[in-house]
Design a protein around this ligand. Structure first.
Ligand code: TXA
Ligand code: MG
Length: 348
């Protein structure tokens, strides 16, 4: 880490009214600096995707291993053409889901430095829907390389305060666009032959992909722990992301048994609980973090990462949460939580 930067914090409540600030942010990107910006998934730590040094600054600011490639963000789906070799299935996916929370892995063109792609010959392309992200990329006129704007190993930030906690002094500017709509990182797919491989589930669900592509395969690493010697299709999947300091244990069992277990644990030990809203009145309020109604996966997705940060801020010796269902948006929650829990599930 080089010297501490004087990070500018700017709130963008209205893209049109804040055009001047967004131009300033675009100029920072063009001169090799780092700007954190909101997207509909999570906040991104942006740099110039055509500049190898900017990519190195991103890795340094995050404390991230440089073999874990970055996503490049474009203002329009067809801009992918400049940086990657597209195909008809890419355009079918783009028509259905872009701008939005979908990232597509394509063979890369020469102009994208290998430091951006962690040495791979493919590049991840995403066209975000958030108006601040969109206007910033458009004004900069470059692909904006951006991982999630957290320190490596921490949950992705879904509000500017969580960004500032991790990155104040490490980036040139933080654009505050409020709370992220989805709260989990984008769905990542790789196009292969006549179908897609789902590498990371997110706001675009498996079922939604099946409406567009005849063949959708879910990569093993989405739901299972890889063996020591296995190479994941996406380098990021080998890291134990999103890990709180206290061990996280996921509970599976009937509503009654789970609640009884949690009540007993609260009496026995100092634990933090990511509970369903319905349970909140039946549990002690100490270190209790409601993450939404049991059936409301959207709210749970939106609150999960901040809830993990809150749980980490308590002095609890253990954190409990529910094992999510694997259907719909549940698959994305399951993927993030099972990894944060290092695959620890307790059947009660
Ligand atoms: O929603 C999102 O995708 C956010 C926002 C900021 O756009 N970004 C994000 O980036 O989550 P990051 O760097 O935290 O996660 C990107 C993931 C990593 O797991 C990385 O390994 C994978 O994408 N990835 C990037 N390029 C790849 C490639 N060429 N082949 C396979 N996986 C790739
Ligand atoms: Mg990340």
């Amino acid at each position: 880490m080089t010297s501490r930067k004087n990070t500018k914090h700017i709130t963008i409540d209205d893209v049109t009214a804040r055009e001047e600030e967004l131009r300033l942010a675009a100029d920072i990107l063009l001169s090799g600096g780092l700007v954190v910006f909101p997207t509909e998934t999570v906040y991104g730590l942006g740099g110039n995707g055509l500049n190898a040094d900017a990519a190195k600054s991103i890795y340094a600011a995050k404390g991230r291993p440089s073999d874990n490639p970055l996503i490049i963000h474009v203002a329009a789906p067809e801009d992918a053409e400049r940086y990657a070799y597209t195909n008809p299935l890419y355009y079918k996916l783009a028509e259905a889901f872009m701008p939005g929370p979908l990232t597509v892995i394509l063979p890369k063109k020469e102009n994208i430095p290998s430091s951006v792609t962690g040495g791979l010959d493919s590049v991840a392309v995403r066209c975000p829907a958030h108006p601040v992200a969109h206007r910033l990329i458009e004004l900069a006129g470059i692909p904006v390389a951006a991982p999630s704007a957290n320190l490596s190993g921490k949950p992705s930030p879904t509000c500017a305060a969580d960004v500032a906690f991790d990155l104040d002094g490490r980036v040139d500017m933080i654009l505050d666009g409020g709370e992220c709509e989805i709260g989990l990182e984008s769905t990542i797919v790789k196009i292969e032959d006549d179908g897609v491989i789902l590498l990371r589930p997110g706001g675009i669900t498996y079922d939604a992909l099946c409406m567009i592509s005849e063949k959708v395969t879910v990569a093993d690493a989405v739901t299972h722990q890889l063996a020591e010697n296995e190479r994941p299709l996406s380098p990021g999947m080998k890291y134990r992301h999103y890990a709180p300091t206290a061990p996280l244990v996921l509970l599976s069992g009937s509503d009654e048994r789970t609640l009884a277990f949690l009540q007993a644990e609260q009496a026995r030990t100092s634990c933090a609980i990511l509970c369903y809203d319905e349970e909140a009145t039946s549990l002690s309020q100490k270190n209790l973090i409601p993450i939404g109604k049991k059936a409301d996966l959207e709210t749970q997705a939106k609150r999960l990462f901040h809830a993990l940060r809150m749980a980490d801020n308590t002095s609890a010796e253990i954190i409990y949460a529910h094992l999510p269902p694997m259907e719909g948006l549940g698959l994305a929650l399951y993927n993030r939580m099972i990894r944060a829990a290092a695959h620890t599930v307790k059947y009660v």
